[in-house]
Design a protein around this ligand. Structure first.
Ligand SMILES: Nc1ncnc2c1ncn2[C@@H]1O[C@H](COP(=O)(O)OP(=O)(O)O)[C@@H](O)[C@H]1O
Ligand SMILES: [Mg+2]
Length: 418
């Protein structure tokens, strides 16, 4: 649809000039979804939900965009957030919006409308993922630069008691993994836990926020308490941006108090919790609350870019491993044609190729392996989902670069002539 593409381009140009125009962004998201660019629409929805997490129209749009983009988990989450839920109690004693520090240790008071049992264990309630990952950095294909940086800035000093003692102050706080969706942030976080022999407690900030207002701080506290009991433990806070929409602080005191709770957990992590390692992940670092980026908090960051060639080969081989494949399958050929594809895009591509083989099998009634031409055909149809992210990221990196924090991204954009 050339016409809608023209309209979308015009809307995108306008948004680049007025990135704070939420109405415009929403309109663009609707248009993008209509014209089949669901990943781009989803990106805008998530940006908007950051400042308006409860907006039903937006949640509905986000659910549809996520479904169209093939992200069923996110679609289900947005749909669930739309469903009937208890009325949000006001947040009594919520600190002033600009008060980022010294959050009172507030437990929900009055009404007693939620379960306030000391013994209740977040992990048992099912909203918190806890396990002990076996995956190691070697299982992450390619990405040598990222691994090198993680080794230098995270694993190396932690593994060496002498360095740990000398650089203790430098080591506190969290490490923020950021970059386009589907490119291995979660995998890397799990691999770091695997390297440390640590448990892994993972929580999606938007899941935390999706729960009743007033309950999210308690949930955060439960998560950190649980992590302390499971030490050594990596606490992985996914979608950190969901908390941090700079522009939204006044509108959502519930979010504000959750940020404060997180800050007090992070600041306390150094005192009380040897053996607690905090990792964060975000696709939208520009939305991460600045209070979270101060020294001792998420002050170190590593950019996780789309998989390079060795990583793409590893991901494709991994995905093909469980499928019947023909001898003529040429992974390197596909690697050469999938620059900028995310890990998730590559997995989807293999699914698509498998579907082609399966259709033949259904017709013939016999197992028919995935062939080179199935993979070629699937590749021809696929598009990298990261390009929409790069378009948005580029404008932030170009116009909002503070202190060179986007230098790695700008280098990559130049190398890839974007
Ligand atoms: N370098 C890599 N090596 C192996 N698998 C990868 C790599 N990067 C991504 N993947 C796979 O791609 C998918 C998406 O990765 P994920 O870690 O969930 O991305 P993110 O958290 O950045 O959205 C997962 O199935 C993951 O295992
Ligand atoms: Mg992830």
């Amino acid at each position: 649809m050339a016409e809608s593409r023209g309209l979308n381009d015009a809307l995108r140009d306008a948004l680049e000039r007025e990135p704070d125009n939420d109405g415009l962004r929403r309109h663009l998201a609707e248009q993008e979804l209509l014209s089949g660019d669901a990943p781009a629409a989803l990106l805008h929805c998530r940006h908007l939900l950051g400042s308006d997490p409860g907006d039903p129209g937006l949640l509905d749009l986000a659910a549809r965009a996520a479904r169209a983009a093939g992200d069923e988990t996110a679609a289900a989450r947005y749909a669930a957030a739309l469903g009937p839920r208890p009325p949000a109690p006001p947040a009594p004693g919520a600190p002033a919006p600009d008060d980022h520090r010294d959050a009172p240790q507030r437990r929900p008071v009055g009404g007693g409308s939620w379960d306030d049992d000391e013994d209740d264990d977040a992990a048992d309630d099912g909203w918190l993922d806890v396990d002990r990952p076996m995956v190691r950095l070697d299982d992450v294909g390619g990405m040598e630069q990222v691994k090198h940086r993680l080794q230098l800035s995270f694993l190396g000093p932690l593994a060496n008691p002498e360095l740990r003692a000398s650089y203790g102050a430098q080591l506190r706080g969290g490490l923020l993994l950021w970059g386009p969706p589907g490119c291995g942030k979660t995998l890397i976080a799990r691999a770091l836990a695997g390297e440390l022999g640590a448990s892994f407690v993972s929580l999606g900030i938007s899941d935390v926020l999706d729960m009743w207002v007033g309950r999210s701080e308690q949930n955060l506290r439960d998560a950190f308490d649980h992590a302390r009991r499971s030490s050594p433990c990596v606490v992985f806070l996914d979608e950190l941006d969901a908390l941090g929409q700079k522009r939204s602080q006044l509108r959502h005191s519930g979010v504000r108090t959750t940020v404060n709770q997180l800050l007090s957990e992070l600041d306390g992590a150094e005192r009380d919790n040897d053996g607690l390692f905090v990792l964060g992940a975000t696709n939208h670092p520009w939305d991460v609350d600045t209070a979270l980026r101060r020294p001792g908090r998420f002050d170190r960051s590593v950019l996780v870019l789309p998989p390079d060639e060795p990583a793409r080969a590893a991901i494709l081989r991994g995905a093909l491993q469980t499928r019947p494949t023909a001898d003529d399958v040429d992974v390197d050929e596909i690697v050469g044609r999938t620059a900028l594809f995310s890990g998730a895009d590559l997995v989807r591509l293999v699914d698509d190729a498998t579907e082609r083989a399966m259709e033949r099998a259904v017709r013939s009634g016999r197992v028919d392996p995935v062939t080179r031409s199935d993979l070629r055909a699937a590749t021809k149809q696929a598009r990298p989902s990261t390009t929409a992210w790069f378009d948005v990221a580029k404008s932030y990196a170009t116009f909002a670069d503070e202190g060179g924090e986007y230098d790695d991204l700008l280098d990559y954009l130049r190398q890839h002539r974007r």
